[in-house]
Design a protein around this ligand. Sequence first.
Ligand code: CTP
Ligand code: MG
Length: 230
Amino acid sequence: MYLLIPAAGSGRRMGSDRNKLLLPLLGDPILAWTLKAAVAARSIHWIGIIGQPHDWQEFKAIATRLDIIKLVHFIPGGSTRQESVYNGLKALPAIADRVLIHDGARCLATPDLFDRCAEALQVHAGLIAAIPVKDTIKVVDPGSQLILDTPDRRQLWAAQTPQGFHVDDLKACHAEGQRNGWDVTDDAALFEQCGRAVKIVMGEDTNLKVTTPVDLAIAELILTQRRSQG
Ligand code: CTP
Ligand code: MG
């Protein structure tokens, strides 16, 4: 299975002066944890890291330290996640027919989750890891700050990555999105806008996206616990 890792962001919400994926988490950069899980997943044989060229030197050092340099390809990122993924899709080898996409910032995803998504991709042309939401979610009017609606929680799932697709289908959806100016935060949204089915694969409670400093503290706690459990 081919895997693309969008890692070309700036980490604005982390409040850091550099790409948050280079911040240390228990002694290793965040991206190193993501890569370790991807490398340990039996189904993955090709990894494309999508990054801004100014970060490549450090990305390459991480890959070298993990001794996986042969597997890894570096692809230039865009100014949005959507653009970065599209660059990644265009950089896949011509024989790649299916692809998993996994945010570099989701550094706690387990190898098992990658493998379950890869397996489900043999059956479905579009899928995402997701978990049922635990909170009651409100739809709020941005102006008045008054609640407009309380959707039935049983129908609400929180989207994660990996997300997996047939390459030609997702490329077509990205092209369509670019033509129409669609602005989305994940690839499933493009697939949905094109009227294509997207299947849910049960995600992981611990598969958080490191976005703010508190997420980094929680990630450290989870990894420490995993370590102590061997
Ligand atoms: N990403 C990317 N290219 C971009 C923007 C984001 O590849 N132009 C990647 C990030 O590196 C991250 C993933 O998409 O792994 C999810 O994005 P997010 O968590 O929003 O990361 P950032 O965009 O870096 O953070 P922020 O939005 O707070 O600036
Ligand atoms: Mg972002």
